[in-house]
Design a protein around this ligand. Sequence first.
Ligand code: NAP
Length: 249
Amino acid sequence: MNLFDLTGRVAVVTGANTGIGQGIAVALANAGASLVTVGRSSPEETRSLLPEGTRHHDIRADLSSTEPLAGIVDEVIAKMGRIDILVNNAGIIRRADAVDYSEADWDAVIDTNLKSLFFLSQAAGRAMIAQGSGKIINIASLLSFQGGIRIPAYTAAKSGVAGLTRLLACEWAAKGVNVNAIAPGYIETNNTTALREDEKRNADILGRIPAARWGQPSDMGGAAVFLASAASDYVNGVVLPVDGGWLAR
Ligand code: NAP
């Protein structure tokens, strides 16, 4: 038996049109999963990277509000028959010094990165509990462990994601639903363009990463397949850093 085989499983990945979500969606499909992408932009590039024959359905939704969330899970079940894996990946970042940080930026980041993550997990969790199995993978951050600078709402949201991951794991582990998180390190995506364009920040960051390189979205694939598969059936409430050793330093 291949512990990492996802054949026959239905995986939902939010924000899968680019970056980490794309890397995870492609890895899950390569492990055999059927895929539902959820986001506000076209996932055409991701679709082109899926292995031939992958069953794929796209749901266009703006996750900055809770309004579409219950309907997303209903649509997944109507189109695909079930929901086995949910990857809560969609997220935004807004940077400003704490003394200048606006309420609008605070609300936007908390609503997308924390509130929608919880209520989509709730909707998916209800279906998973009813079928007696499921895997929820939240995309946390190094800011689930550290303070950072100039990203107060992001740090609050990602610290909240780590806490929610543990709470949901405690409530749902005995019901067959595993809830865990991946904490990516510094990964080359749109989210980090500003950091990579700032020569000093880029050098400071690179100098601290033991692996001596920025991560790629594809670097998240192995951890995602592990947490989505039977290989992690007794893993609950973990926030797994995939960071080239950043937190070890
Ligand atoms: P990204 O390339 O900017 O991707 C973010 C994804 O979220 C995009 O697909 C984006 O869709 C989607 N999204 C944002 N707001 C949305 C909304 N209101 N409704 C629907 N979809 C929305 O950045 P990324 O680095 O891959 O980020 C993915 C996740 O990883 C985020 O949760 C981020 O916090 C986390 N993360 C990233 C890093 C890193 O170093 N890059 C490190 C730790 C954690 P659009 O393309 O339409 O905007």
